[in-house]
Design a protein around this ligand. Sequence first.
Ligand SMILES: [Fe+2]
Ligand SMILES: [Fe+2]
Length: 474
Amino acid sequence: MINYTDKIPNNVDLGRDRVLQRALEHWQPAYMGWWYDMGPNESHNYEVYLRTAISVEPDGWAQFGYVKMPEYRWGIFLQPRDEKREVNFGIHKGQPSWQEVPGEYRSTLRRVIVTQGDTEPASVEQQRMLGVSCPSMYDLRNIFQVNVEEGRHLWAMVYLLHRYFGRDGREEAESLLARRSGDADNPRILGAFNEPTPDWLAFYMFTFFTDRDGKFQLCALAESGFDPLARTCRFMLTEEAHHMFVGETGVGRIIQRTCDVMKENKVEDPSDVRALGVIDLPTIQKYLNFHYSVTLDLYGSDVSSNAANYYTSGLKGRFRETKLDDDHVLTDAEYPVSEVVGGKIITKNMPALTALNERLRDDYIAEIADGVGRWQRVIDNAGIPFRLTLPHKGFHREIGNFAGHFVSPDGEVLSEEPWKNHEAEWLPSSKDYTYVQSLMSGRVVEPGKFANWIAPPARGINNQPLNFEYVRFN
Ligand SMILES: [Fe+2]
Ligand SMILES: [Fe+2]
C-alpha cells in the first residue's frame, strides 16, 4: 500500500482520489520495475545530491538533498488553476477552458498525451549507460537529475491518462512502460528517441537540441484548452530549463577546453587537436548537424492537416499563443513553407493553419540559433578562426517536404551519390564516434576533478563548490 501524501508529493488531492489511487497501485510498481531495468545503470545504491519538487510554491519545487534514485519522490504537480482561464484559440475561443475531456476530442487528446509521455522514459533509456564514462561527479549528478525528472514527466502524463481517460488511459500508461528506445519490435514512437546516445558529447547535444524540442512541444500544449494538460505542461517547463542548461553548458565547456588546448599548444589541424586528447571543432560541428537535423523531424510534416485540427479544436496552440497579436483563429492567414521543386528549394505561402508544425519548428530554430551563437563566442574569444553553423533546414531530413531529397548543409540540392560522398564530412562517421568514445573509456569521479576533454563549469549546483561530493557511491 502506498502512503500517498508522503511518498508521492502532489497537488491533485491524491490522498482522497480513490480512482487515481487504484490506478497508481498497479502502475507504480510497474514503473519501479522499469526504473530498475532501464534507469541509470548500476546507480541504484548511489546517493545523489538531487533536487525534488515537493510543491508548486517558489520554495517547494527545488528541494536539494541526497537521495537514492529508486527512492526519489516522483510527484504529480499542476500549475495552480486560474478559474477565469479560457480557450484562447481555434473555434472554441472565448469559452471557459475545459476541466474534463471534451468527448469529441477524446482520442486525439489521448494520442497527443501519449506521444509526449513516450519521449520521457525514452530519453532515460537512451542515456542509461553514460554513468560509466562521466567526465566528473558534477556531470554525473546532472545526468541523474535529468533522468529522474524525465521520470517525473512520465508520471505527469500518466496522471492525465489515469485521471481523465479511464480504462483506455490505464492501458496506454502500461504501454508507456513496455516500449523501449531502439527496440526492433516495440520501439518508442518518435524517431529521435530511438537513436542511441552513445557518448557525452551526444548527451549534451541531445539535451540542448532534443530537450528543447520538448520545451517547444510543452509550450504549445501549455496553451491547450484542456486545462489540466495546460497546467501540467506549465509545471514541467520549470524542470526542462535545467536540462537545456546541462546541454548548452556541456557543449560550451567542451568547446572551451578544445580552444584552450589549441591555443596553449598552437595547433589547429584536427589530427593535432585529437592527439592532445580533446574533441576537434569539426567533429563538434558534425554532432551538431546530426542532432539538429533529427530533432527538426520531431516537429512533423511542414504541411499537416493534423496540426490544423489540433489548433482549430483548441487542443494545441502556438508558441506563446496568448502573446501573439492576431485573431487566434487563422482562417485567412498564410505562412511560408519551403519545398524542393525541380532540384531547387522554393518557398511559398501556405494556409497558416496547415503550416503550424513548420511555424513551431521555426520558433525553435530561432532559439537554437541564439545558443549556437553563444558557443561561437567561446571560439571567437579564443581568437580561433572557426565558424559553427546551423545546417540548412532541409539537410538530412526524413520527415516533411525535404524527406527523400539530398540537401547539403549549405542548402544545395544534390543527387544521392555526391551527397553520400560528402556524408562523412557532414555527419559523425564511425571513426568519429570511435575517437570520441576513446576519450570516455572510464569515469572521472574524484570530487573537483574533470576529464581532460571538458572544462569545469563556472559554478557548482545550488551554490555548492565544484569539489562538492555530488554523488556518494556507497
Ligand atoms: Fe521531459
Ligand atoms: Fe527534458
